[in-house]
Design a protein around this ligand. Structure first.
Ligand code: GAR
Length: 195
């Protein structure tokens, strides 16, 4: 059995997809040891509570170094084999990236390297795709390295853009694909020798 830690800052629908995939057996040999909540009062934390998963919340009042140490302690306490950023909106400190080399993955709602980096998150990504007139968008799961949204790509799913799409409709269709892609990648990483 492998230990997963999920980190989220918002609604946590991807987190829920992971919980569901473990329950249904689409992710095998995995236990969610805990959720790191990027802030207090988020829906993802409620989902954790409903599923009986422990939550540790980052304290926004801490100065940078102390916040890094807090996150490091949270993660250490759960001994993760894999850390999943599922809508986590902060940059992971370099020392944590190095400590968990190739054991932190992130899901992003675009076809990286397009629309990645600091300014691109949530609906901003989809608005930018529509403004550029791109015929397709999608989602990407990648390893986390020291550069925001720039680690090695593990897998992508493409989603066609429709002529009448708004950021909201496109976001919804991309999110549906995220909910399939992320559990698939997690299962492959945890069980590389099974089909
Ligand atoms: C997802 O679309 C995820 O790809 C995106 O935030 C959303 C979280 O939704 N992540 C980023 O933009 C990271 N840069 P959720 O909280 O419902 O899973």
């Amino acid at each position: 059995m492998k230990n997963i830690v999920v980190m989220a800052s918002g609604s946590g629908s991807n987190f829920q997809a992971i919980i569901d995939a473990i329950q249904s057996g689409r992710i095998k040999q995995a236990n969610i040891a805990g959720l790191v909540a990027g802030k207090a009062g988020i829906r993802a934390a409620e989902r954790a509570q409903s599923a009986g998963i422990p939550v540790k919340t980052m304290d926004p009042s801490l100065p940078h170094k102390k916040s890094e140490n807090q996150l490091e302690e949270y993660l250490e306490s759960w001994e993760p084999d894999l850390i999943i950023l599922a809508g986590f909106m902060k940059k992971i400190p370099d020392k944590i990236v190095r400590k968990y080399h190739n054991r932190i993955i992130n899901i992003h709602p675009s076809l990286l390297p397009k629309y990645g980096g600091k300014g691109f998150y949530g609906s901003r990504v989809h608005s930018a795709v529509l403004e550029a007139g791109d015929p397709e968008s999608g989602c990407t799961v990648h390893f986390v390295n020291e550069q925001y949204d720039r680690g090695d790509i593990i897998s992508q799913v493409r989603v066609p853009v429709k002529p009448d799409d708004t950021a909201e409709t496109l976001s919804k269709r991309v999110l549906e694909k995220e909910h399939q892609l992320l559990p698939e990648v997690i299962n492959q990483l945890l069980n590389p020798n099974s089909n």
